[in-house]
Design a protein around this ligand. Structure first.
Ligand SMILES: Cc1ncc(C[n+]2csc(CCOP(=O)(O)OP(=O)(O)O)c2C)c(N)n1
Ligand code: SF4
Length: 548
């Protein structure tokens, strides 16, 4: 390593750098703030990175690579782990051969999400070891540690990041890393990897034994250092809260936990006994406080008002002072809005004019809920537009049922809307149903990523394109139309009126590229038709705000 191996990196970039230095053979994920840049940076560094249709598939691909003995990375935002929960839980039973690190990028404060679920609970529920970095250096170190722990105990490891850690830049010193030397190969292990009940029962026992071994190893390990200080105040903390605590209480003794499952309860007990007052400082749920108290260790923790939103130095000072007076309300930022020339405008103009009941979804187009359109009535999670729209259709009185339309973006449709379309054909409501796919040829919300419907891979090179028209035909949807929402709004209105009046199933694709993506798409297409390969393009970002 040279002097230039001191790098100024975001947490996301540091994870990618560690993946490269650690010899990760494959990184798979689905975009979602604040995790998206990990795979994009891994690709820029020369790693093999791919977007999957959704997080479940991404994790399954990574599990397959790890079964073959390769090191693998799966990345997603916190709600992505809900989608990937099925393979996540069972991969804890099967274990892995090559190191597998699963990144969950949580969003306390919901800067760009629909909830602020605390995924540390997932590590406990699934029985998977968990590491929590507080800055970019630790993102680097703990990604590597995660790969090593995963290989040593043959178990997937959860790397739990949060928005501040993902997006803040701090210095990272790279280090020389021992990489596995053996090439990937398939070794049959039916009892270990085929989770029928007879094999899953002993697998569960093996998992608990592994966790007991990891817990014993974690107790004296250097993963949970103590910053020395006076004995008047001790703080137990993890993740970015450690950084805030250092500044808020410079004289305190601080136990920083970086392996937060399984917890080093003996070390925590000894620490708590070494100080006069011991306070747990953590962002989100009282995960550490509950576990520490359950072990019979008396600690103070934050009043419940601090469970909401991110912590900062000031909030940590208030927690330590026991201050429960109302907090100052932060000034309201500029409200998010669709870009001026966004193709989604044309669609929401029509939906609003027709007074549709819109079962909506997540993407830039969620902003159709705002004035002037106010044309979205539900938004639950990715893919829910289809199911929720069908549920409304099934039970509403006929006149209202006929106003229900499901509206979903192209990336979201591929992610988790396709099964909803299958449901629509399988259990059609008596009044039929209308689905609108807003195909802007990109995943705009998270910064213009490719998906299977664009026909380009993560690095923007060409691949097979999922054609919605072929899919609709195969599923058995009788009526299929494509309109340009920017130039054909009158036709869109006509089509919708007609479809809402029929008892049939209709799929309308409103197709026009996102204005921020259009230029880049042309460049990718030009590059694909020249023998020199793709042109270097910088990714733009969606500046419309909202949830991602
Ligand atoms: C389970 C889950 N994964 C990822 C995300 C992040 N995310 C929100 S919307 C979206 C896709 C948006 O793309 P698209 O549906 O094409 O709509 P557009 O923003 O392009 O209008 C993504 C990746 C999320 N909210 N939930
Ligand atoms: S980034 Fe694209 S899809 Fe999003 S609001 Fe702007 S034009 Fe519309």
């Amino acid at each position: 390593m040279h002097a230039c191996d001191r790098l100024l990196l975001t947490g996301d970039e540091a994870v990618a750098q560690a993946a490269l230095d650690g010899g990760v053979a494959l990184g798979a994920g689905y975009p979602g703030t604040p995790s998206t840049e990990i795979l994009e940076h891994f690709d820029t560094l020369g790693g093999r990175a791919q977007w999957a249709p959704n997080e479940k598939v991404a994790l399954e691909v990574a599990i397959g690579a790890a079964f073959a003995g390769a090191r693998a990375l799966a990345t997603m935002k916190h709600v992505g782990l809900n989608v990937a929960a099925d393979p996540f839980f069972t991969a804890a039973y099967t274990g892995v051969t090559g190191g597998l690190v699963i990144v969950s990028a949580d969003d306390p404060g919901m800067a760009s999400s629909q909830n602020e679920q605390d995924n540390r609970r997932y590590a406990v529920a699934a029985g998977v070891p968990m590491l929590e970095p507080s800055d970019s250096q630790e993102c680097y170190e703990l990604t590597l540690a995660g790969l090593e722990i995963s290989e040593r105990w043959r178990i997937p490891v959860l790397l739990r990041l949060t928005t501040r850690v993902c997006h803040s830049k701090t210095v990272v010193r790279r280090r020389r890393v021992e990489r596995p030397t053996s090439a990937p190969r398939f070794e049959r292990d039916v009892q270990g990897r085929v989770m029928v009940p007879a094999f899953a029962r002993p697998a569960h026992r093996r998992l608990r034994e592994k966790l007991a071994g990891i817990e014993a190893w974690n107790e004296p390990s250097d993963l949970n250092p103590i910053r020395e200080g006076g004995d008047a105040l001790g703080i137990v903390t993890s993740g970015v809260s450690y950084v805030h605590a250092c500044e808020a209480a410079p004289d305190a003794r601080i136990l920083k936990l970086t392996m937060t499952h399984p917890l080093p309860i003996g070390r925590i007990r000894a620490f708590a006994q070494s100080v006069k007052r011991c306070v747990v400082i953590e962002e989100g749920d009282p995960y550490l406080a509950d576990a520490i108290r359950a072990a019979g260790i008396g600690v103070e923790s934050a009043p419940s008002m601090y469970r909401f939103g991110e912590l900062d130095v000031n909030r940590v000072r208030r927690i330590l002072a026991g201050d429960i007076t109302p907090e100052p309300v932060p000034p309201r930022g500029k409200p998010p809005s669709l870009c001026k020339a966004c193709p989604h405008h044309g669609v929401f103009k029509v939906l609003s004019k027709l007074g549709c009941i819109t079962a909506g979804d997540i993407g830039c187009y969620t902003l159709g809920v705002l004035p002037p359109y106010e044309a979205m009535d539900t938004c639950v999670c990715m893919g829910a537009a289809l199911g929720v729209g069908l549920g409304l259709r099934h039970v509403l009185p006929e006149a209202e049922a006929r106003r229900v339309v499901s509206v979903i973006g192209d990336s979201t449709f591929v992610h988790s809307g396709i099964t909803g379309l299958v449901e629509m054909a399988y259990n059609p409501p008596p009044t039929g149903h209308v689905v609108l796919i807003l195909d802007n040829a990109t995943t705009a919300m998270t910064g213009l990523q490719e998906h299977p419907g664009t026909g380009r891979k993560l690095d923007h090179t060409p691949t097979a394109r999922l054609a919605f028209e072929d899919l609709a035909r195969a599923i058995g949807i009788a009526n299929f139309h494509v309109v340009d929402p920017a130039t054909e709004d009158a036709r869109l209105e006509e089509l919708l009126v007609e479809a809402l009046g029929r008892d049939e199933l209709t799929l309308i694709v409103a197709r026009r590229p996102c204005v921020l993506a259009a230029g880049k798409i042309k460049q990718y297409e030009r590059a694909a038709s020249t023998p020199t390969g793709p042109a270097a393009c910088e990714d733009g970002n969606n500046e419309s705000g909202g949830q991602e």
